[in-house]
Design a protein around this ligand. Structure first.
Ligand SMILES: Nc1ncnc2c1ncn2[C@@H]1O[C@H](COP(=O)(O)OP(=O)(O)OP(=O)(O)O)[C@@H](O)[C@H]1O
Ligand SMILES: [Mg+2]
Length: 512
């Protein structure tokens, strides 16, 4: 049930609770008033008749009829000219027409026994109309004895009474019209009050409540920017203001919560990403370690076996005088030790690059001197193969790079051009600067690389299958070169023709 319905029902119930006893009280009061008025009228009439009778009795010399006759005649006049009537009666009748009726008998008995001074009741006449009947006693006075002494009366004796008929019709209809006015005006006042209460409730409570209700519903749809527009300047406005403030606070705390959730989620995502990276790195490291360990174990075995066997030869007393064997043994041990040394250096280099975040320096490189030094260190191998080395490098050719990393790159490329070259072959090393870029090339007229394998030689431990047995090496060199060139944002290009040549070109930024 809506609030308006509840209020109207409540007011109606309250009104009924008040109206029913109030109406009963008013009805009772009106009934008493009616009887009171009828009684006053009856008493007045009675007194008038008594006064008239007294006047007749005391003026018997001037007036002919005796009081009883005058009373009777006046009664006849009254029934002709007015609504009321009266009747005189006695228990010692002179005129049988004055005989008492039932009501009068009862009244007289009460008077005689001293139980009442007056007697009254309401009866209905033949037409069904209400009549107020009243009777009061008459006592013998001096003037009465003139006529009634023969009946043995003395002054003060009970003689009879006069009963009065007062029709209640007029008094009742006057009261009914008053009642009608009373109820009509009561109804109008009641309706007006109820209407006023409803209008007041509607304006003061229901309308603002509807606005609040609408606002509360829009909060369900997450609209916290509430403006209830309630300006009643009372408790409801206070409630509405508090509601608006509460909505703002809810919006703010939801925003905070969202932000915190966003932070937590992004933190979680970041953490997850870090974990993923770490995991990836761990897997890479593990794979790297396994690969390196497998390859190193494999690569170490041959030179180690050679070193060990030739060491045995050196220690063999029977070989002491065989100069040729001894010399060969020393060379084999030296070459294989060098291979082992290179292998360990490469493993250390790649481990540093891959896992310890190698920091590249920006050093001035005098490339001409740089290559000259390298060539000197490879001189023995160059001589063994009787290679011709050409360099196209200006003496003042300078650029900036990490000398250690560059040294590694150059070492491996020269080493490869020597190792995979033919006897009496050529090596050509060139350097030029073009568009602020340094272009270094290493050319050899060696065995070359099969077309399908050129891209693969930069993979870790990859070696061209058919040369594995003939040439010592781990297959790490080119992978380290690629890694360094990538770290320096450079470019590595390999061109080769099997059995003909290999050209490795490196492009680096020249500036500082
Ligand atoms: N100049 C070249 N001529 C012919 N083949 C080459 C040349 N350079 C590289 N290769 C091929 O590429 C492979 C990989 O070279 P890389 O330098 O990585 O390893 P490696 O020389 O075999 O061993 P190391 O680790 O000692 O350098 C070589 O085994 C070889 O087959
Ligand atoms: Mg190599």
């Amino acid at each position: 049930m809506k609030l308006t319905g509840k209020i109207v029902t409540f007011l109606s119930v309250i009104t009924l609770i008040i109206l029913i006893p109030a109406s009963l009280l008013i009805w009772n009061h009106q009934r008493n008033t009616l009887l009171e008025q009828a009684k006053v009228q009856a008493e007045t009439l009675f007194k008038m008749i008594v006064i008239t009778r007294q006047w007749v009795a005391e003026n018997d010399k001037r007036i002919d009829p005796v009081p009883a006759v005058a009373t009777k005649e006046l009664s006849q006049y009254a029934s002709r000219m007015a609504d009321f009537r009266f009747h005189i009666t006695s228990d010692k009748l002179v005129d049988p027409a004055n005989a008492p009726d039932k009501f009068e008998k009862k009244a007289m008995q009460a008077f005689k026994k001293g139980r009442a001074d007056e007697y009254a009741t309401i009866i209905k006449d033949d037409k069904g109309e209400k009549i107020y009947r009243y009777m009061a006693p008459l006592y013998i006075n001096k003037s009465c004895l003139k006529c009634h002494y023969y009946q043995g009366y003395e002054v003060g004796d009970f003689r009879g009474g006069i009963s009065v008929y007062v029709p209640l019709k007029n008094i009742e209809s006057a009261m009914q019209s008053t009642n009608f006015l009373f109820y009509i005006s009561g109804f109008i006042i009641y309706t007006g009050i109820i209407f006023a209460i409803i209008v007041l409730l509607n304006n003061l409570i229901l309308k603002p409540l509807k606005k609040l209700n609408k606002a509360a519903h829009s909060v369900f749809n997450k609209n916290y920017n509430i403006k209830t527009d309630i300006k009643t300047n009372d408790e409801i406005q206070e409630l509405s203001d508090a509601f608006e403030i509460m909505c703002k606070r809810v919006a703010k705390s939801e925003e905070n919560l969202k932000n915190r959730l966003k932070d937590a989620v992004s933190g979680y995502v970041k953490l997850n990403e870090e974990l993923r990276k770490k995991n990836q790195e761990l897997r890479r490291t593990t794979k790297f370690k396994t690969d390196v360990l497998d390859s190193v174990a494999h690569e170490v075995r041959t030179p180690m076996t050679k070193i060990l066997s030739y060491t045995e030869i050196l220690l063999d007393p029977n070989m002491k005088n065989d100069e040729e064997v001894l010399e060969k043994a020393v060379h084999v041990i030296k070459r294989n030790s060098k291979t082992l040394n290179m292998l360990f250096n490469q493993v250390i280099t790649i481990t540093k690059l891959e896992h310890f975040g190698y920091e590249y320096q920006n050093e001035q490189i005098y490339f001409y001197d740089f290559i000259k030094d390298k060539m000197e260190s490879f001189q023995e191998e160059i001589n063994l193969k009787n290679l011709t080395v050409k360099t196209n490098i200006l003496e003042n050719f300078i650029f900036y790079a990490d000398s250690q990393a560059l040294s590694y790159v150059v070492n491996n490329l020269i080493s490869n051009s020597i190792k995979y070259n033919k006897k009496n072959g050529e090596i050509e090393i060139s350097a030029e600067e073009k568009d602020k870029q340094v272009i270094l090339s290493f050319y050899d007229t060696g065995i070359g690389i099969p077309a399908g394998e050129i891209q693969k030689i930069t993979q870790r431990f990859y070696r061209v299958e058919n040369i594995k047995r003939k040439y010592a090496g781990s297959g790490l060199g080119m992978s380290i070169v690629k890694r360094i060139i990538d770290d320096l944002n450079g470019k590595l290009e390999i061109k080769s023709k099997e059995g003909s040549f290999t050209l490795v070109t490196i492009t680096l930024r020249s500036g500082k």
